[in-house]
Design a protein around this ligand. Structure first.
Ligand code: WT7
Length: 654
């Protein structure tokens, strides 16, 4: 669609909420006023209304140690009890918690009563391995029910989990396990990917082969029946240990500020940050947003979030939010094109999915595959659509609304981060008149502003600035694991201690909607996954042939951004062209994981640097995006860019 026809199309559409939707919606316009009038009172009410506390809290927020927050001070609760047991006690034991759909067509139906038993067994098993409250457990698993059981079992005994996405390499796994000092790792022999068994435990074995590994035990689920290397002292099969446990387990209440999990995410330096979240505030925020933003009605909805539990979206919107709310949800193991490109839509039809939460990169992929594919399935059950991970361009928004949402389902474009714990900026279905491409406004209870370079807030439309959050919120990160200074420095110093700096550029439109414009730091967003330029650069430089590397995120039609690397080889290294490029790409996959593999590596004689030696990534981005190179006057040597452009014939791509 051309820009002109797109804007006239948008102009004609009525995107105000339908009256019948508004009549049943969980979110209301009143909530904005209530939260505005009494921020802490609003959040105290959410916590008491949505969760079951063993001891009520005495103070809603203690911000005296800012930027280190304490929410629901004095309160105690057990997260697993809230996500499982209380639903059974309330008479919903027969309700389906998880419709599991394996990639190869195997299925499993897990009710809340089943879930209670599975989680109890897993908690008993972890305790039998010596895990106690406060110990860290690493989880390196595919999208199978045991992964959810394990996370909830950890929560139940107060052992913070650190889930590491299955697409990360042994090396990445090693640094994350070491940083969290995890004593136990839970994994599987392998995972199904497009019909093939891919190994998983092998990476764990390699990761803990280091002398200083804190890992004492590895618990292994058999998923693919693959050969695995086995150590009788260290390794235990899930089917031996967990299945032999009692299916009851007492859930002891934890302090509201007890750490619930650590999740590593990429920052602007080479070392990933262990973002950690705690108990009461996180669960309140996750449950509240899942109810009002996704408009979840647990008695009638079938909910499906397509994220992987290795990312924060899977934590908050597969495990903690929906289960705290007693939802029925779909858990799908595989890829969207296995065995064919209509798989997701068959799943929607089969389970009558009513709420679908996915990422723009997936939507753009489906657009490429064609609207005739979803048209083969009955998608009439869908009533709410969600988007997360990166800005959704208006074309993708309109396609999603038309071909998946039957031209009627509201789309919630939800902005948030690993650090924020749960959704922060989003329309509310049934309340907001939608604006395709914009996340619109902070949800009730959340406050944001846009600042200029000098840290001054402004509201002028179309002026670009920096998004900041201006009030503490319950789901906020409590810090970076083991590194309080880095927490303060990264988030609370750019614009002074009053503003949480999110790292995103943003603007207002004339209607006052917020538009998120992508990262303003050296963080890339590839298919909704966060990658650090510095991390990939240091992976490249760790290769013996590489002297120097610079990485940029270049615009990509499907993945949002793609990794492009510029590499200077060492004097003694021989450039074998395509072969060298492939070797370097594989090296990055080995150091970090296949998700970080550069789409393109250009071997160059020099990198553009300022007189003080800083690499000018902006110019490299121009090259990577096939644009005319911008202002080169601040370069120490202005001929460098023409050298790079001459060498561009050495391009490569998969
Ligand atoms: C970064 C956070 C939030 C869970 C998944 C990613 C970008 C996220 C949106 C959105 C525009 C978005 C931001 C943010 N982002 N959602 N709806 N519109 N940008 O979590 O890996 O912590 O990444 O993703 O740049 O800072 P994450």
């Amino acid at each position: 669609m051309s820009d002109d026809s797109l804007s006239s199309h948008l102009h004609e559409m009525d995107l105000s909420p339908a009256a019948e939707f508004t009549a049943q919606a969980n979110g209301t316009a009143q909530m904005y006023d209530d939260a505005e009038a009494d921020h802490e009172g609003f959040w105290a009410a959410q916590a008491r209304e949505r969760l079951t506390w063993a001891t009520d809290f005495e103070q809603t927020l203690d911000w005296s140690g800012a930027p280190f927050a304490k929410w629901y001070v004095g309160g105690t609760l057990n997260v697993a009890y809230n996500c499982v047991d209380r639903h059974v006690e309330a008479g919903h034991g027969d309700r389906v918690a998880i419709h599991f759909e394996g990639e190869r067509g195997d299925t499993r139906t897990i009710t809340y009563a089943d879930l209670q038993k599975e989680v109890a067994k897993a908690a008993n098993a972890l305790e039998s391995l010596g895990v106690s409250t406060g110990d860290r457990v690493a989880i390196y698993m595919p999208m199978i029910p045991e992964t959810v059981f394990t996370m909830l079992a950890c929560a139940r005994i107060g052992a913070p989990h650190s889930v590491i996405f299955g697409g990360f390499s042994a090396e990445a796994l090693h640094t994350r396990i070491a940083d969290a000092e995890a004593r136990v790792v839970v994994t599987t022999d392998g995972q199904w990917r497009r019909g093939k068994a891919a190994p998983l435990k092998a990476a764990v074995v390699a990761a803990i082969a280091h002398d200083d590994s804190p890992v004492e035990k590895v618990l292994v689920v058999k998923r693919t029946d693959s050969e695995v290397e086995w150590d009788d002292q260290r390794d235990v099969w899930w089917h031996d240990l967990v299945e032999a446990q009692s299916d009851t387990h007492e859930a002891r209440p934890m302090d509201s500020e007890h750490p619930l999990f650590i999740l590593y995410t990429s920052g602007t330096t080479g070392k990933p940050k262990g973002i950690f979240h705690t108990t009461g505030g996180y669960l309140t925020h996750a449950a509240y947003t899942n109810a009002v933003v996704h408009d979840l009605h647990p008695e009638t909805d079938v909910y499906w979030c397509t994220a992987d539990v290795g990312w924060v979206t899977g934590h908050s919107y597969i495990v903690y939010g929906p289960l705290a709310n007693g939802a029925t949800q779909v858990l799908y193991e595989g890829t969207p094109d296995s065995p064919h490109q209509g798989r997701w839509w068959e799943i929607v039809e089969k389970y009558k999915v009513s709420i679908l939460y996915t990422a723009p990169t997936a939507i753009r992929t489906f657009m490429k595959w064609g609207a005739d594919i979803p048209a083969k399935s009955d998608l009439s059950s869908i009533r709410v659509l969600g988007s997360v991970g990166e800005p959704i361009n208006p074309e993708a928004w309109l396609w999603y609304r038309k071909h998946i949402g039957g031209d009627r389902a509201p789309i919630v474009d939800t902005w948030w981060q690993t650090e924020t714990g749960a959704i922060m900026i989003s329309p509310l279905p049934g309340v907001t008149t939608l604006e395709p491409g914009s996340a619109q406004r902070p949800i009730p209870g959340i406050s944001a502003e846009i600042l200029d370079d000098d840290g001054q807030p402004f509201t002028e439309p179309e002026k670009v600035g920096y998004l900041v959050l201006t009030k503490p919120w319950p789901g906020m990160l409590r810090g970076i694991w083991g590194d309080p200074d880095r927490y303060r420095e990264t988030y609370w110093s750019r614009f002074g201690p009053k503003y949480y700096f999110a790292g995103d550029g943003a603007k207002y439109d004339a209607k006052g909607n917020i538009w998120l414009l992508g990262r303003v730091d050296d963080v890339m967003n590839v298919s909704g996954h966060r990658l650090s330029t510095a991390e990939i650069e240091s992976a490249l430089v760790s290769h013996p042939s590489v002297a120097e590397a610079a990485v940029v995120g270049a615009a990509d039609e499907t993945t949002g951004q793609a990794v492009c690397a510029f590499v200077i080889l060492r004097g003694e290294a021989v450039d074998h062209g395509e072969e060298t490029v492939q070797e370097l790409r594989n090296h990055v996959a080995q150091e970090i994981g296949p998700i970080a593999k550069p789409r393109q590596i250009m071997i160059v004689p020099e990198l553009p640097k300022t007189r003080s030696g800083k690499i000018m990534r902006r110019l490299l981005k121009d090259v990577a995006e096939n644009r005319e190179v911008g202002d080169v006057t601040t370069l120490a040597d202005s001929s460098v860019m023409s050298l790079i452009q001459q060498g561009m014939s050495a391009d490569s791509a998969d």
